[in-house]
Design a protein around this ligand. Structure first.
Ligand code: ZN
Length: 293
């Protein structure tokens, strides 16, 4: 019987019907939708296949992909978005554009109290000057909307390690309230290789006051990933990288409590919950210390 298995398998392979060539567009693999502040909305937009609609949210250009017989706007919802009705706009020749309404549900994020070096919270004048110079540069990079359409919106975990669920948590550093956490912290040892979460072009690298050594990857259409606190940066701006390529090493640079990777995912210039783009995490090991920053 064993000998029969192989020819039978070959026959089965031959008999698999060919995929019809008629253009029923399959969308790139998509993130999980979650209509909350910090989540992602997938909104249907009707329109001809040969003309991608131009969609904006809060005046920022939105990623749009073709799915079967319609378009899908993949909207990043800012953490600052109030719960309730929200409206994206489809450019249709009118000044306001056609409204694409959706409903944002409230989500309660936790409060996280962290202790870091005092100089990383109450900034000296030179540090403040440095931050004031760096922030516009980082914001400009994050506002990039390039032409190449991402092949996928599902990401590879950039490092193996325990993922925090602290995205969105309100941060209190040394008893002083600061901006909510805009990414996912993944615990990993110093020097652990960090991998590109998807095919990309390296948009920016730098050593920044809060983020430490940083790499920003551009996956196209405003879909960006950010890797912070690196001990070493392994790529240069303009370089093309494939999914899984090593782009640097885990470190503890910038405002941190210990070595880890801060992983940010952005759509339409807003950082959203990276968990929506990643495969489910492996079961957690017994209690671990989880450094953050
Ligand atoms: Zn972080």
């Amino acid at each position: 019987m064993k000998h029969l298995a192989q020819p039978l398998l070959a026959l089965l392979l031959v008999c698999v019907p060919a995929v019809p060539s008629a253009a029923v567009a399959a969308p790139p693999p998509l993130p999980e939708a979650e209509l909350v502040p910090g989540g992602v909305a997938l909104l249907t937009v009707e329109g001809p296949a040969d003309q991608a609609p131009r969609v904006t949210f809060e005046d920022k250009r939105v990623l749009v992909v073709r799915a079967a017989d319609h378009w899908l706007a993949v909207v990043g919802i800012p953490l600052s978005q109030p719960p309730g009705p929200a409206v994206a706009r489809v450019q249709d020749g009118t000044s306001a554009g056609r409204a694409l309404s959706f409903q944002v549900t409230d989500k309660q994020y936790t409060v996280q109290r962290l202790t870091v070096a005092p100089g990383k919270v109450d900034l000296s004048a030179p540090d403040l000057a440095r931050v004031n110079k760096e922030q516009p540069h980082i914001h400009a990079a994050m506002a990039t909307y390039s032409d190449a359409l991402p092949a996928t919106l599902q990401l590879l975990p950039p490092v193996a390690g325990v993922r925090s669920s602290s995205y969105g948590s309100r941060r209190v550093f040394n008893n002083e309230a600061r901006n909510p956490h805009s990414g996912m912290d993944i615990a990993a040892d110093l020097g652990t290789p960090i991998h590109a979460a998807a095919d990309a072009r390296v948009l920016d690298t730098g050593d920044y006051f809060f983020n430490g050594n940083t790499v920003i990857l551009d996956h196209g259409h405003g879909f960006l990933t950010m890797y912070c606190h690196l001990s070493e940066i392994g790529v240069h701006p303009g370089e093309e990288v494939r999914a899984g390529a090593v782009i640097g090493k885990v470190g503890a640079t910038g405002r941190v409590t210990g070595p880890h990777l801060h992983f940010g995912v952005a759509l339409n210039t807003t950082f959203v919950d990276p968990a929506l783009f990643l495969p489910p995490p492996p079961p957690p090991p017994p209690a671990t210390h989880e450094p953050t920053g």
